[in-house]
Design a protein around this ligand. Sequence first.
Ligand code: PLP
Length: 451
Amino acid sequence: MTGIGNSAASRDKAYFLHPYTNLHAHETQGPLIVERGEGVRVFDDSGKEYIEGLASLWCVSLGWGENRLVEAAARQMRKLPTYHVFGHKSHEPGIDLAEKLIGLAPVPMSKVFFANSGSEANDTVIKLLWYYNNALGRPEKKKIISRVKAYHGVTVATASLTGLPNNHRDFDLPIARILHADCPHHYRFAHDGESEEAFATRLAEQLEALILAEGPDTIAAMFAEPVMGAGGVIVPPATYFAKIQPVLRKYDILLVADEVICGFGRTGNFWGSQTMGMQPDILTCAKQLSSGYLPISAVMVSEPVYRACVEESKKIGTFGHGYTYSAHPVAAAVALETLAIYEERDILGHVRSIAPRFQSRLKALADHPLVGEARGTGLIGAIELVADKATKAPFDPVGRAGAVVNGFAQDNGLIIRAMGDSVALCPPLVIGESDIDLLFDRLTRSLDQAV
Ligand code: PLP
């Protein structure tokens, strides 16, 4: 251990390979060590206070220190801390959570499959889609459409769905049979003078052209986040899904709603699908399902998808997919308690009452000299920084966003996240008015320092 030292920061640099981190920069920069949390705030190991403007990674809806979740976990830990659900085994927390989610689904859904992360949920969907089409005797119908700037996870298959260069480059991805359709970001990709409506129409036409070029009989499904999160919080035009869904239906292509960020109230409706007018055949969710306190994710499937899988299993035997910790009883108990709190405290009503203030403070940042666009809906948003507001010229790849976020904002007591030139905001759903103001005051000061 000579030369490493005893501080947590030096031991971090010595031993810890960090996910989703600039590894080279980390060797000099080192970690920010977060020690504890309380409400919408976290505190580092020097006691410095931060507003958590991204709810950890878009997940801590109820904030830190929610004792009911701790108690729910402890109760379940004492009773049945772990058990699997393979074969025909089951347990009440898993059954109760499946029933609850089916009751909450935005469109009629038939069954719930549980996994541990958003990536695993979406990876499961890819396998289900392939199984489903084999069941229906359509072995060619296997390609999956995602979108440029989508984020669906980091497993080999879901990183392939993800439409961001860092997730592909030098990982030898994407795998075959994954297609990327256009990104519905009007500010960046609309033609000069093109209305949002016309832009949405054009994207639907381009989607149809892609489907026809590939062959409709080769395409199983399209994945879409209602609001794209890690790609930069991109809210599609209001009529985007109304225009693309008929195209998908025309060619018998299923729609998968990735609600990993949008689910559970984030966009001002319980599901992002409701905000964006999506009628998915399959829905995935995670993160706010347990307020991020324990890892759990879910895949909801419609009856036709489920029924085809049952028929296939009847033919070939065991449906050979599942995780040791699928429906982990402690995670399921925490998720059930989270959903109970959402209802009892009317968290959705709170989001609806507070979102106008969040959005008006956000949109006001469009006047800042560094900000090209301020966009969002409900309690999620982003600002996109530009080198030139008139031409929308981006900063270089390292950009100004990283400096704002990792330097000035952190110094000012605000944790947010840079994604390319965009800075994302996604605070705990329980945030109040005065903390929204403080969040934006700290962000504005950080932007002023970066000019
Ligand atoms: N899907 C979306 C929309 C996400 O935002 C994320 C993660 O941020 C994922 C999937 C992957 O989830 P996880 O990191 O839990 O694997």
